[in-house]
Design a protein around this ligand. Structure first.
Ligand code: NAD
Length: 324
């Protein structure tokens, strides 16, 4: 009997999947029936690691959800490791790669440590901590993925980005990196379109990852009203699997090429495809007027009184970038 799972027979790579959003995406792709290659530097569980997470643990959880998961140790700051990953997938799968999720990120702790410090007071190395894995590596992975996808005339590449690509959040190196992720999706999509390969940028909302929860417990962001609001947004935020549901629905969408070259907000995809978070919560998009006003004015009343279908159009959102 044919499998009913929507991604049966699809081959996916999720980079940086030992924990956090990468793990959430791997779990959902696996549950949807895909063969999922996951990458990271840590193969086995490390005792005493305060954040935790390993390739073996993610692979075992993906398998429990019924997916096929292949862990590949890969340091995404090393070009040779990245090339070896794509060589392996090509060899194993006879050149088939359907989905690449560029998610690996090494900057979360650095961002927290530098919170509220202007760029000139930060160690300039923070740029590399954030953008070598979080931007440069995404480009290199995309080159190798496109080499596999273009001849087969199908595929989907997703950059995991954030609203930091639109306007200032956290720090300069973060925002420039996120805007780079978004622009990479837009520009690569122009060149890939005639080959029927889609490239999008995905903005999750605040996500309660293991790493961020650890950082909050350690008080790495410091103290103060703004920190409290940030911490509340994270602790009540999306589960890491919500971004996974977004990617899974995109990967299963026969019309995904209509979305190529665009920035997609995870909660907008939840509304469009009709999914809620794995904890049962309907997530709000930053494009919902009530949500946006409540967030900017720090007053929950707008979210309560303005219906969620009243939305800010995307063209108006881009004005918040304020670059002209
Ligand atoms: N957490 C949030 O609230 C949130 C919201 C929106 C967007 N995002 C974005 O999602 C992405 C993932 O963030 P996260 O919060 O899950 O981060 P995280 O720190 O929890 O996880 C990052 C993953 O990348 C891996 N990694 C780091 N350096 C690596 C390297 N050199 N080689 C291989 N793997 C490496 C880590 O081991 C881990 O598996 C980032 O682009 C982040 O900006 C996060």
């Amino acid at each position: 009997m044919a499998s009913l799972k929507p991604l049966a027979g699809k081959v996916c790579i999720v980079t940086g999947a030992t924990r956090g959003i990468g793990k959430g995406i791997a779990l959902q792709l696996g549950a949807a029936g895909a063969t999922v290659y996951i990458t990271g530097r840590t193969l086995k569980k490390r005792e005493g690691d305060p954040v935790g997470g390993s390739l073996e643990e993610t692979a075992s959880e993906v398998k429990k959800k019924g997916g096929d998961c292949i862990p590949v140790q890969c340091d995404h700051s090393k070009d040779n490791d990245i090339k070896a990953l794509f060589d392996r997938v090509s060899r194993d799968q006879d050149g088939q790669l359907d989905v690449l999720v560029n998610n690996a990120y090494s900057g979360v702790q650095a961002i927290a440590n530098a919170y509220n410090k202007p760029f000139w007071e930060q160690d300039p190395g923070v740029w590399d901590e954030i953008n070598v894995v979080g931007l440069r590596n995404h480009y290199i992975c995309s080159v190798y993925a496109a080499k596999l996808m273009v001849p087969r005339k199908r595929g989907l590449i997703v950059n995991v980005s954030s609203a930091g690509g639109l306007s200032y959040i956290f720090n300069v190196a973060y925002g420039v990196g996120k805007e780079g992720c978004d622009r990479m999706a837009v520009d690569c999509a122009i060149e890939l379109k005639k080959h029927n390969v889609a490239f999008v940028s995905l903005w999750p909302g605040a996500v309660r990852t293991e790493n961020l929860i650890h950082i909050i417990n350690e008080k790495s962001f410091g103290e103060g009203k703004d920190v409290k609001i940030l911490e509340e947004a994270i602790t009540s935020g999306e589960t890491p699997e919500y971004a996974g549901l977004a990617v899974t629905h995109l990967a299963a969408d026969p019309n995904v090429m209509k979305k190529t070259g665009r920035i997609l907000i995870a909660a907008d995809l939840g509304n469009e495809y009709g999914f809620v978070d794995v904890d049962g919560v309907r997530r709000s998009s930053m494009r919902e007027l009530g949500f946006a006003l409540s967030f900017t004015t720090k007053s929950p009343i707008f979210k309560k009184i303005i219906p969620s279908f009243i939305r800010i159009p995307c063209w108006m959102l881009s004005l918040a970038g304020n670059k002209f």
